[in-house]
Design a protein around this ligand. Structure first.
Ligand code: PPE
Length: 317
């Protein structure tokens, strides 16, 4: 997806012009994947732009950094404010927000000094639907990837680090090369894990299932939101090990993710799921999720952070 540039980027505490946000080619993260990041969406609501679960995303950002013992030289509160400011100062009605912290320039070799501070940027820009315009309504065709997800005790799946996404690239390419919208990956034991950038849900006989975290799954914030909403609607949600064949026998399947949102899956390996159309429970959950942003679903969890406008705080260097 070609990025849609915005005027400003927050970088190490300053607001700079988009074009000026550059790094050195010897930056550590470019060579070794030593970065952590988040993907957060801001939605256009009747009360103005609202960021979805900002503090939960930034909590995960700091948790990812903790696993790698990274020294992020800003507080969670400061970075939350940077996210709000980037939506606000770029005058975005809706946005995808990408906070990233990375080992920058100055040291070579695998282990620079442990107290080295990371560079931190917050980028916000417009990003439409992730898997294609009509997919939210009609669903996606997926395959099971020939590549597995990252293995336990190698690359920690719960830490959202740059390096995690090399296997995701292989999984995505597998899907695209074979004419699918996306792929589902199995863990190294052969159980269903997740998509390259999405969690997965399966519905069978009215019960909703999703793989538990020990199957190399990112603890998705959309995943958690869907579990809470489905419980509210009275569905039983089980975090259960899912064998591959259960995908083919599902009544309904869908992906969740910040970029992907809630996307129905209409076929797996060219086998139709249900009658090949988004099912009723998927549609109910989709409606509930998007309703949070139109106001049709009451935000009883306090998930929406409305962005105030600070005309006087624009700090351009
Ligand atoms: N699994 C993976 C591996 C993953 O990367 C994401 C988010 C999820 C599950 C869903 O998590 P959450 O966003 O908290 O509901 N993937 C991000 C990056 C996608 C990209 O292509 O870049 C995202 O959706 O922002």
């Amino acid at each position: 997806m070609l990025v849609k540039e915005a005027p400003y980027i927050w970088h190490n505490g300053d607001v700079i012009r988009w074009q000026d946000a550059k790094v050195h080619v010897l930056s550590h993260a470019l060579h070794y994947g030593t970065s952590v990041f988040e993907g957060i969406r801001a939605y256009h609501t009747p009360k103005g732009p609202a960021i979805f679960r900002l503090s939960d995303h930034m909590k995960r950002f700091f948790e990812s950094a903790k696993v790698y013992r990274f020294n992020v030289p800003f507080s969670q509160q400061e970075l939350e404010k940077a996210c709000i400011d980037m939506v606000d100062q770029n005058e975005l009605k809706s946005a995808y927000i990408r906070p990233v912290a990375f080992l920058g320039y100055g040291h070579v070799g695998l282990l620079p000094p442990m107290d080295l501070e990371l560079d931190v940027s917050v980028i916000a820009f417009e990003w439409g639907s992730y898997l294609g315009e009509s997919t939210l309504e009609h669903g996606v065709d997926v395959c099971v990837s020939s590549w597995n997800r990252i293995a336990p005790n190698t690359v920690p799946a719960m830490a959202k680090a740059g390096g995690n996404y090399l296997p995701s690239r292989l999984i995505c390419m597998d899907a695209k090369r074979n004419g699918y919208h996306e792929a589902i990956a199995l863990d190294t034991q052969g159980f269903v894990s997740e998509g390259p950038g999405e969690n997965i849900f399966l519905i069978r006989d009215g019960v909703i299932y999703t793989p538990p975290l020990h199957h190399s799954v990112l603890a998705g914030i959309t995943r958690d939101s869907v579990i809470k909403m489905a419980n509210k609607y009275g569905y039983e949600v089980q975090e259960k090990t899912i064998p591959r064949e259960m995908l083919y026998l599902a009544d309904e399947l869908f992906f969740t993710g910040t970029a992907a949102e809630v996307v129905p899956i209409r076929s797996v390996d060219k086998l139709e799921i249900g009658d090949g159309k988004p099912g009723p429970i998927t549609k109910q959950i989709q409606r509930g999720f998007f309703g949070l942003f139109t106001g049709e679903t009451e935000d009883e969890w306090g998930w929406l952070e409305h962005t105030p406008r600070h005309e006087d705080s624009l700090l351009l260097i």
